[in-house]
Structure formats: C-alpha cells, structure tokens
Design a protein around this ligand. Structure first.
Ligand code: AMP
Ligand code: ZN
Length: 458
C-alpha cells in the first residue's frame, strides 16, 4: 500500500517487505560530540513519521539507531577539553539526545547500539572485507576500503567513475563527492586518542563501518528500509553499501529513503556554519517542542524547509488551535455515545490513509485533518475519534489537549461560582468572577453545554 521514493531508483516505488507484516528499519543516529540541533531533529521526526506510517499500515517495525560515540569530531573535542575519557563528552550528549526525542514524541527504536560497545562486531566485518579482497592495510597502518574493487561503488549517489581517484586515500570521517577515494575502515592508533586492540593493530573504527556492522548485527545482511538525511547519501551511505555488500555478497538494503534539510536563511542548518538552534533555544523562547514537530510536518520530507521564529510561532498557534478544537469536541460530546462509522467518517479515514501512503505526504494529511475539524456532518465525537486515529501517525500528542482543558482547582471553583451567579442572573457578580478567572490566565466560552475553559496562553 505504501509508496515511497527510493533514492536507489530515484522513483516512487510500492513498498514490499522481505517478511510479511515485518519491517527492518535502520536509521543513522546522532554523533554525540554535542547536543543535536533542530536540523538533525527534523530528520529524526521524519524517520518517526515513516515508522509510524508503517505501524499504521499494520507492520511490526524493528528500528535500529546507532549512537556514534567515537569519531573525529568527538576526539577533537576530547583532546581540546583535555578530558580523561571520551564518555565524559558522549554520555551527557546521548542522554540529552534521548530526552529531545521524547520531547518531540518520537517513538523509541528497538535498539540504540553504541559504537564503543560494538567494536568486536566492527572488527569482524573488516576481517571479512580483507578476506574478500575489498580492504587492505595502508603504509600508515590503517585499513582502507579499495573502492576500485567494488564495481558498483557510488551507485546510490550516481557518482561517475571518472570522479573516482583510483589509489588515493581519505582518512577523515567526513568528505565530499569530489573526494571519492579509498576510505578508512580502521584508523591506526595516534597520540592520546582512544584505541582498541584488533588483528590489524591498535586503533579505532572509521565512521562508515559502524552502520554496516550494526545493521548486520541487529537486522541481518539484507533488510527493508534505511533512512537518513540527504547529506548522508554520499559518501556515508554509498560506503555502507560497499562495506555490507562487500562483506556478505548480498544486497544490503531494498529501500533507501532520505529527508531534506532544515535551512536557516537559505543555508543548511549545521554546527560548522554556527547557524543552529537546539530544542532548549526553542523552549527558552516560550515555544512547545511539539510545535517544532508540527512545523516540520508543514513541508514534505523531500522539500527543503526554511526555519524562522515567525514560522515556528505560526505553527505553535495552529497547533494550539488544534488542541483547543480537540478538547472542545470532547467537551461537547462528553458522555454521549454516538455511532462512529458513518460514510463521512470512512471517507476521511480513507483519504488520510492514502495521503500518508503516498510517499508520506504530511502537508496533505494535515489539510485533511483541518477539513475534519471544519466538517459540518461529523459529530464532535466522530471528529475526536478521527483526530486520535490520525495522531497515531502525526504524533502530536492529542491527549495533551485534554490536560490543557482541565484548569486547576482554584479556577474550577471560580467557574462554578460564576455559573451559579449567571443562573441567578447576577451578571455583575458573574462578570467580576470572569475577570478573576482571566487574571488567573484562563478564558471562558459560554456554550449550550456550559462554560468551556481554556488557558489564555500556552
Ligand atoms: P549527525 O549527528 O551529524 O550524524 O546527523 C544526524 C542526522 O541529522 C543525519 O541523518 C543527518 O543527515 C541529519 N542532518 C544534519 N543536518 C541536517 C539539517 N540541517 N537538516 C536536516 N537533517 C540534518
Ligand atoms: Zn550510518
């Protein structure tokens, strides 16, 4: 049912899993030298939507997300800050990353393997690559992948053979398309850098090998979907293909899915450009983290999205309106049992299902959600049922709306007193009580069903 753009074919393809009702999903995780910025988080929200869509379609998903806790940037920081152990840098950042994920209502992966706890698995893949003739030891003592030996090297990014400098080597973890060359699998020990023992000498893994080793360990040699941001297509994902297929001789991944970048003033949000914000910056400005989630859903995952505070503010206002509508529908249908499955109800469910399965079209899914809210044929109860159903994919935490609609006891008391005065037509006293309630930051709307109370500001 799901159609998804596969970077490998550059086409929208119908998704067919390897095993019935089960999806193996690998998503490249964060490099924990610092905390994640909201550009990274856009990608993780997108991957969560992908996962939730698969679950909505009835699949059981096994998702694996690696935590890169040793690589160039981490070591640079470790040396600069003169730490005793790299974990002093990586541990707190991993913890904060997982907290960020929770604040964005991102479902947990089935595994978050750390690189430093999987050195054996990495060594075993490198050994296979040497045995199969794809890897060699350089004169600097490091082990490199020989890209000339892997005939389809660069197939994901469609790198032309002429771009590849045969025999040249790169030992940095990150490099660009123009530097396609033999890349490092195992870096020989240097100075005060952390190291592990291996059959190729003391050293540490290069960056790319971890994802081949960890996906193989948890998902097997061939699995269904691999996702990440577009910046990872080359070299990282092409290197993963070369390593995994070189080691196992089997096809690595059936569907490659890539999310576009979050931009600031038209440029990619990146640590190196110093144009980034974190979730803390968002909270400090008084925004809900989940408003950022809503903001990212306003664009298709394959479109660039420019971040501005105004746009985030607009997303938050829209989200708060959505919460208010949801709570209001609960208020008006409180206790009433109304039949759910009308023709109108089924029509919206079908439209939503089609939108999410059409290459995860979130802008369309949101437009359907707003049509449900404005529909005059659906009851409040039906609207709530639909919104709760849609929220399985959107993950906007609709339940929070009901929490917002329950004011604290002192406000409830004043609302009851005001009702009492209104019933007895003591309107001056009733108005004075309304003012008091407003001073406590709550607004009252009088409806056929009684007073609906909602926070002034969220
Ligand atoms: P890193 O921690 O650098 O390994 O990146 C983690 C994830 O964030 C990867 O999937 C990247 O592709 C993604 N990413 C990095 N920068 C951005 C950005 N500006 N917008 C969206 N995703 C990004
Ligand atoms: Zn990876």
């Amino acid at each position: 049912m799901l159609k998804i753009q596969n970077t490998l074919s550059k086409k929208k393809e119908t998704f067919t899993p390897i095993k019935k009702s089960y999806v193996g999903l690998y998503t490249c995780g964060p490099t924990v030298y610092d905390r994640a910025h909201i550009g990274n988080l856009r990608t993780f929200v997108f991957e969560d939507i992908l996962r939730r869509t698969l679950e909505y379609d009835g699949y059981k998903v096994k998702q694996v997300m690696n935590i890169t806790d040793v690589e160039d940037k981490i070591i640079k920081r470790f040396l600069k800050e003169k730490k005793k152990n790299i974990s002093e840098i990586t541990k707190p950042n991993t913890k904060r990353f997982l907290e960020d994920m929770d604040e964005l209502n991102i479902e947990h992966s089935e595994a978050y393997p750390l690189v430093t706890e999987n050195i054996d698995a990495i060594i075993s893949v490198i050994k296979k690559l040497i045995k199969n003739g794809f890897a060699y030891k350089g004169d600097d003592g490091s082990v490199y992948f020989d890209i000339s030996k892997f005939k389809k090297y660069g197939k994901l990014a469609r790198i032309k053979k002429v771009d590849i400098k045969v025999g040249a080597r790169v030992s940095a973890d990150e490099y660009g398309k123009t530097e396609a060359q033999d890349f490092v699998l195992w870096k020989s020990r240097k100075g005060n850098e952390p190291f592990w023992k291996s059959p190729f000498g003391e050293g540490r893994p290069g960056w790319h090998i971890e994802c081949s080793a960890l996906s193989m360990k948890y998902l097997g040699p061939t699995f269904d979907i691999h996702a990440g941001g577009v910046d990872l297509i080359f070299p990282h994902h092409d290197n993963e293909i070369a390593q995994s297929e070189g080691a196992t001789g089997k096809k690595f991944v059936n569907y490659w899915v890539h999310g576009e970048h979050l931009l600031v003033n038209g440029k990619k949000m990146a640590k190196s450009l110093k144009n980034f914000y974190t979730l803390d910056d968002i909270k400090k400005k008084g925004f809900l983290p989940i408003a950022f989630r809503y903001f990212t859903l306003s664009a298709h995952y394959r479109s660039k999205l420019n971040f501005t505070w105004d746009a985030l503010g607009a997303a938050q206002n829209t989200l708060v309106n959505l919460y208010r509508e949801f709570a209001y529908f609960g208020f008006v249908s409180n206790g009433k049992k109304i039949q759910t499955e009308s023709g109108e109800y089924k029509k919206y469910r079908k439209e939503f299902l089609e939108a999410v399965n059409d290459d995860i079209n979130m802008p369309k899914a949101l437009s359907i959600l707003w049509r449900v809210i404005g529909d005059t044929l659906l009851s409040g109860h039906q609207k709530r049922e639909l919104l709760l159903d849609f929220d399985k994919v959107l993950g906007l935490n609709m339940g929070f709306a009901d929490e917002l609609a329950i004011p604290p006891a002192n406000v409830v008391k004043l609302v009851d007193q005001r009702e009492e005065k209104r019933i007895h037509k003591q309107f001056v006293k009733a108005d004075a009580l309304r003012d008091k309630i407003e001073d406590l930051e709550y607004l009252i709307e009088d409806t056929h069903y009684g007073p609906f109370v909602w926070p002034k500001k969220i």
